[in-house]
Design a protein around this ligand. Sequence first.
Ligand code: SF4
Length: 312
Amino acid sequence: MNKKPYIFGPILSRRLGLSLGLDIVPYKTCSYDCVYCECGKTNNLSLDYFSYLNVDTVLKKLKEKLKTVSNLDYITFSGSGEPTLNKDFPYYVKTLKKEFNEYKIALLTNTSTINNREVYEASLLVDLYVPSMDAVLLKSFNKINRPHTLFNLEEVKTKLIEFSKEFKKLFYLEVFLAKNINDTEEDIKELANYIKKLKYTKVQINTIDRPGTEANIENIDIKTINLISYYLKNINYEYVSNINNNLNYKKISKNIKQELLNTIKIRAISFKDILNLYNIDEIKAKALLQCLIDDNKIIEVKHNNTLFYKIR
Ligand code: SF4
């Protein structure tokens, strides 16, 4: 198991712009074991709530970190597991809202805990809510998300509709599609019917563009893209592409090497991502990566003809 930082970044992501990550559960503590997870296999498949970290220590470190960061779009609950499984998640949100109210808060969640009243109420307070719903048919859901045995898809689907109607800020539904797993015509049709019941800002359709848990997961093909165009034609959706190359943020930290390692500990990252993220030239980026490879900290892997760097 990797020892990972609970504050990471800031990182430039497709969905959030520049965001500082707050990862408040142990590495791969999650209620799902998604086949596409960039963080690897779930080693603690759980639907239990625990106080995993000392809240005051995390908030103190966060305060220190925020002094070194500018141009931040969000403080984001995300990372290598499901953040709402931390029993203190509601306390974190309420404290951030009270003591760090100049920052916006985003929550990336797999939605499995939406039936928990405290999680539900705390989630209502965030500025950007990004729930995932990859399939609404149980068979496909089980194939792509491989949830905990106590997980109840129908209850979660119903509660998410209720939540979306009560929630007042940005609601981006994320749907991850993979070939031959959750991409049949029935999948796409039922997904569209479900989305129409939600009150959402937009739907973001994602597919594999970096190494996941299972090696044989493939991108959706033109047949599925046509099905999406047909069934989701009245839905505000977009494909999530690689991070925007035109964004050009300032250098974030003096210690880029450590920042880079912290980011790679969370997810595999491509060379292009690194250039965008740290605003450094190719020679310096290559030197930093080689240094981390020589130190036995990271390895290179190839995925869809792109080189990625992941933790050793
Ligand atoms: S992708 Fe998210 S929900 Fe799925 S296993 Fe990874 S951390 Fe959990």
